[in-house]
Write a protein that binds this ligand. Sequence first.
Ligand code: GDP
Ligand code: ZN
Length: 303
Amino acid sequence: MPPSPEYGSRVPALVLVSYGYQGIAELPDGKRVDCVFRRSVGRPLCGDRVELEMTDQSACAVTAISPRKNVFVRADRQKRKQSIASNLDRVALVIAPRPAPSTDLIERYLVAISSLGIEPVLVINKSELLVSDPQAETPPFSCIDDYRALGYPVVKVSCKTEPGVDALLPLLRGATSILVGQSGVGKSSLANRLVPDLEVQTGTLSRSTGKGTHTTTTTIMYSIPGGGRLIDSPGVWEYGLWEVTAQELCAGFPEFLPFLGSCRFNDCSHNGEPGCAVEKAVGNGQIRRWRYDSYQRLLEQNR
Ligand code: GDP
Ligand code: ZN
C-alpha cells in the first residue's frame, strides 16, 4: 500500500457519491475518503474527476472539478434539468417485456443519450419472457428488431435464467456506464449480478458518510470486477426530457439524418411543413411510422 498523501497536498480523485455539500471520493491508490464541497468550487457530481486537498481532519476539501466529458441529465415535471452523473462512456438503456415500455420512454432516453455524444446500448432484460406466451398480456416485443435495424446494439440478458448477464460484461469492462430505464425492468437486479459485492460497496459508501443510508435516493458509482464502473441511479426511471429543439430531438432519430438536408425550409421541424423530406420518407416507408409518430409527440410535449 503506498503511503497516504501528505497533509496539505493536492491529489486527483474520482467522486463516487455526492449529496448536498459532501461526498466520498476515491484516490488513485483506491482508498476512499470523505470530502466536503466548497461553495466557491461548486458541487461535484458522481463521476467527476476532482482535485482534493488532503487534510488531517475527517474530510478533504474539493478544490477543483475537472472539465466534464458529458453530464447525464433528466428533467423534472417543470422541465428543470437535474444533473445525475458525469463522464459516462456508456448508457445501458434497460427494457423488458414486462413491464412493457411506456409510450415514448425509450425515444426520450435515446434523445438524451445521443445528446451526450455516446452510443446507447439497449439491454433487453427478462429476455426469457420473450418466447411467445399465449397467456401474456403484452404483445411480443416487435420493436427490438426495429431498434437493431436502426443500428443500435441490442443485448439480451436475464437475471433469472439463461442467458444470464455475461453478454453485458465486455461492454462494461474498462468503461464508466450507467443503467437507466423504467421502474421494474430489473436495473437493481442487473446491478447486483454485475457487482457481486454490491452490498458491501454500498455499505462502505453509505456508512462513511455518517448520515445513515441515502442509498435509496443517491446516485452511486460501483467498481466492477475486472475493471470498470457502474453507476446506479434511482432517479432515472421516470425520465423526462428538458426543453429540446427539433434539431436536438432528431439526434435521437438517426434514420431521419439522410433526409434532413432536403426539406424545403432550413428550419423545418418535420411537423406538417410543406415540402418536408422526412414526412415524405415516412410516406415512402423509408422511415418507420411509429418512430415518426413518437417524434411528433415528443415535439408537441415541448411546446
Ligand atoms: P428496477 O426497478 O429496474 O431496479 O427493477 P428490479 O431489479 O427491482 O426488478 C423488478 C422485478 O423484476 C423484481 O421482482 C425482479 O425479481 C424481477 N426481475 C429482474 N430481472 C428479471 C429477469 O431477468 N427475469 C424475470 N422473470 N424477472 C426479473
Ligand atoms: Zn422536414
